[in-house]
Design a binder for this molecule. Structure first.
Ligand code: GAR
Length: 202
């Protein structure tokens, strides 16, 4: 299965996907897309010899329509947003219905929405005094963090002293849960039953 990964920054989730031994057998990361030229994630993509694209208008960029066509031409079956922080253009959403997923560093539907990314999320969780946080993988629709939830895992944060400490604990979970969901997609184990998403276990 060919997949495209969208990134905006450090790329640790991208790296976790690329280094997952099971995934290596069943998926090919065929494109890495960003809204920025100078993100660390692009360095990782280049190390792995993966083609990179910058979404936008202007020199050396690819607009949303062109990118959609490119990804369809490349036979991309799944788009993974791994730390991509911009809203996805409608043309892409419409072409990849139920085939685009996002990782969010908290337990949705809490602590999501516009502006809730990276450390902002962990600060809000810390200030709420919540005792658990976690990671959520969900389908992407046309607004921030509202698509149906595919998988979640929580972590105890009752003893943390800072938002950074929450981020560290949650990131470890992200690196497990995102490859697992991609694996389930590749093995055709994601089903929609009674308007809920289930991962078929065998
Ligand atoms: C991850 O924690 C991801 O969950 C978060 O950005 C970070 C990217 O890290 N995404 C969001 O906050 C989306 N709302 P990475 O570049 O090292 O994978």
């Amino acid at each position: 299965m060919n997949i495209a990964i969208f990134v905006s920054g450090r790329g640790s989730n991208l790296k976790a996907i690329l280094n997952d031994p099971d995934l290596k057998e069943i998926i090919k990361v065929i494109a890495v897309v960003s809204d920025k030229f100078d993100c660390k994630a692009f360095e990782i993509a280049h190390e792995f010899g993966i083609e990179t694209y910058i979404i936008g208008d202007g020199d050396n960029k690819i607009n949303a329509e062109q990118l959609t066509k490119k990804l369809l031409d490349l036979n991309v079956s799944l788009i993974v947003l791994a730390g991509y922080l911009k809203l996805i253009p409608d043309v892409l959403i419409k072409s990849f219905v139920n085939r685009m997923i996002n990782i969010h560093p908290a337990l949705l539907p809490s602590f999501g929405g516009k502006g809730m990314y990276g450390i902002n999320v962990h600060k809000a969780v810390f200030e709420s005094s919540a005792k658990v946080s976690g990671a959520t993988v969900h389908l992407v629709d046309s607004s921030y963090d509202t698509g149906k939830i595919i998988a979640q895992q929580c972590v105890d944060i009752s003893d943390v002293a800072s938002p950074e400490e929450i981020a560290e604990r949650v990131l470890k979970i992200e690196h497990q849960i995102l490859p697992e969901v991609i694996k389930a997609f590749a093995l055709n184990k994601i089903k929609i039953v009674s308007n809920r998403i289930e991962i078929i276990k065998e």
